[in-house]
Each structure stands twice: as C-alpha cells, then as structure tokens.
Ligand binder design. Structure first.
Ligand code: PLP
Length: 392
C-alpha cells in the first residue's frame, strides 16, 4: 500500500487559523473593544424569500408519494439547466442546455475537473490566487507555474508567448484582488489558448457583481472560447447559497482535444462519480431565475456592492492604491507606509479593532497587500471606515 505522496507537498495553510488566533488573543486582552470583521469571504444575508418558498414546496413534494423524487439526472434537472441557458442568452451567449452541468458548488468541480486531464500537463496559475487551484494540482502531482499579477499589470496578468502551458486558470472578477478582465484582456488569453492548444478553466463565481455591460460576465462572450474554455459558476455569492450548495460548470461540445470531446469525458466522469444535487436545492436555485428571484437577489448584491463602494471611496480619499471594489465584493489595497501584509493586519487590529485578510496568504505577490470584503453589515462597514479614516 502506497499513499499519494503528493499530499506531502501541500503547503500548510495557516492564513485563517493565524488570523483566528490573533483575533482571539486581542479579544482576551481587550474584552470591551468592538471588533469589526472585514475579512470574511462568506455571505451574511439570508436566502431570498422566493428561494425559501421553492425549497419548502420541493420538500413537500418529496413527502408525497405522487411527487416524490429518487435519483435525479447526474448532470442536473432540465428545469435548472434551461433556466441557466436563458440567463446566458441575455449576453448573447448561446449554450445548449446539456452543455451545462449542475454541481454542488464551484469548489468541487474546480477540483473534480482535473480527472479528465493528463498528469503531464503544465498548469498556469496567477499569483496571488484562490488557493484551491494550486492545492488541487499539487495533490495530483502536476507541474505548476505562476503568472505574476502585480501593481504594474493591475493584478491582471496577460499571456506571455515565451511561457508554454496546457491548463490556465483565470478568475474574473478575481478573488482575492477584485480585478476584472476586459473583453480585450480575455481575448488575449483565448487567442493564446487556441494557438497553444491549451484549456482555460474560467472561474466566474463573482460574475454577478459586474455592473458594466462592457465587461464580460462569461468567457464565452469572447469569440473562440467554446473551443478552449470550461466555465465554473456558483450560486454561493450570487444568491447566498454558500451553505445551500449549488453551482454549475459549462463544458461546450466544441471543446475537443486530441480528437476527443471533453464534454463527453466530463459527462462520463460525472455519471460515474456523482449522483447529482438534491432536487430540493435545484428547485431553490431555479427560483433565483424567476422575475421575483432576480429582483430579490439583486437587492442583496446591491447591498454588498454599496459596502464595497464605501470601502473603495475611503481608499480614494486616503490616496491608497487598490484594485476591485467596483465590480467585485473584494477590495485589494496596498498596505500604507510600506507595511508588510501581517504588519498591516496587526496595525489595524491593535489600533482600530478592524480585521481583514493579509494578502501574503494568497501567494508571494500578495505580500504588502491586504484584502477587505464587503460581505459584512452596512453599519459596521461604515464604522470601520470611519475608524480607518481617523487612523490614516
Ligand atoms: N471560486 C472562487 C474564486 C471563490 O472565491 C470561491 C469561494 O469563496 C469558490 C470558487 C467556491 O464557491 P462554491 O461555494 O460554489 O464552492
């Protein structure tokens, strides 16, 4: 018996445990200080009423012999795939419903998709980055190279013709930087992938925060992308499904590598290893796409976006360099006075009892940067920014 030794290569992530330790210590020493947490990546507003109603109705159906459902289609029920298909058509992206695979969230599929790719592929990951892209490939033993995201390129790296890779991760709007690719930027990646026979794994988990018609919500808004890209999306941030669990992955039929349809491979993988998302959850997700559902989720997104604006405006006033905040729930700022990420973390905690996330935890290029999120409460966000303004 041999273990998968690649797991030994994983770097321990101390980011959130170190934050928790430091905050607990601070609370112990300062029991009367009101701590404001602007580090959370989880949503805080509840599910939309129409979603709750749909989930309750679906639970009732499951309790009646006539409407009870057992195993569903592994790829998801047609009602949800068709609702997503219609959602895509608003931006003139035409997908077939069976190119959409319903998942229990983007994280699972971002990891699972690697099943269909050879181990000899070289993977290109931006730095800083959502750690899942790196760790899932380390577990499999693939070679990883990094694309530098930095102040110079606005944390939006573009392809380098001298660097050859086979699998490319792109996240836009980005976690942790909040930066968003324009159509031109994405086109450069699509052109590179087509020319070099690479596949792009496009993470659109934060697409709902995009407010400009000009910015792409989906990589399929770029010509040629169906021949080189798989897209992952999620209802986690769109509709507060972080605890309810539902998302989707788009694998176009045009995506053919080595003469093989990756759509067929993914279908085979899913029907073998996955038994689908609960009917009740899929009914809840379907309700997001009703007229009322769209209105209700937009209210929540607008709430978070206003928080982001409050944070971004404070950075503007203070002349602090940042990305994100406009089409993203994240504000990625340059630590003032050349502080390191952790120095700045301690400085904010000790002086104004505000907690954020040190950028260094997302990769070497994150050093000297800091992530604030807009998923908190409005009054607390305002209060945190008032304290911040007094400090700088
Ligand atoms: N992709 C990115 C960039 C994320 O930040 C997250 C969650 O924070 C996910 C995917 C995971 O989303 P889900 O809740 O759908 O698994």
């Amino acid at each position: 018996m041999k273990i998968n030794k690649n797991y030994l290569e994983l770097e321990d992530s101390y980011l959130f445990s170190t934050i928790a330790k430091k905050v607990n210590q601070f609370v112990k020493e300062n029991p009367d200080k009101d701590i404001i947490r602007l580090g959370i990546g989880d949503v805080t507003l509840p599910l939309a009423p129409v979603v709750v109603e749909a989930i309750k109705n679906a639970a009732d159906e499951m309790g009646k012999k006539e409407t009870f459902k057992g195993y569903g289609p592994e790829q998801g029920y047609a009602f949800l795939r068709e609702a997503i298909q219609k959602y895509y058509s608003r931006k003139n992206v035409n997908l077939e419903a069976d190119e959409i695979f319903i998942s229990d969230g983007a994280k699972s599929d971002l990891g699972n998709i690697l099943d269909i790719f050879g181990l000899e592929n070289t993977v290109l990951v931006p730095d800083p980055v959502y750690p899942v892209y790196v760790d899932t490939n380390v577990m499999a033993g693939r070679k990883i190279i990094f694309a530098d995201a930095n102040e110079k390129n606005g944390f939006l790296p573009l392809p380098d013709e001298n660097v050859k890779c086979d699998i490319i991760y792109i996240c836009s709007p980005n976690n942790p930087t909040g930066a968003v690719y324009t159509k031109d930027g994405l086109k450069k990646w699509v052109d590179y992938a087509l020319k070099n026979d690479a596949v792009i794994l496009f993470d659109a988990a934060y697409e709902c925060f995009i407010k400009s018609e000009e910015l792409p919500n989906s990589i399929y808004e770029i010509e040629g992308a169906k021949k080189c890209a798989i897209e992952f999306c999620s209802f986690s941030k769109t509709a507060g499904f972080t605890g309810t669990r539902c998302g989707y992955t788009v694998v176009p039929k045009e995506l053919v590598k080595e003469g093989v349809s990756l759509h067929k491979f993914w279908l085979r993988r899913q029907t073998t290893k996955f038994n689908g998302v609960p009917y009740i959850v899929q009914k809840g997700a379907e309700a997001i796409f009703s007229e009322k559902g769209q209105e209700q989720i937009k209210e929540n997104i607008a709430y978070y976006s206003e928080n982001a604006k409050i944070i971004a405006e404070t950075m503007d006033k203070k002349g602090i360099w940042y990305t994100g905040g406009k089409h993203s729930p994240y504000i990625w700022l340059k630590c003032p006075n050349n502080m390191s990420s952790w120095e700045f973390f301690d400085y904010l905690l000790n002086n104004i009892a505000v907690v954020g996330t040190p950028g260094a935890g997302f990769g070497k290029n994150g050093e000297g940067y800091f992530r604030l999120t807009s998923f908190g409460n409005r009054e607390k966000t305002i209060e945190a920014m008032e304290r911040f303004s007094k400090l700088f």
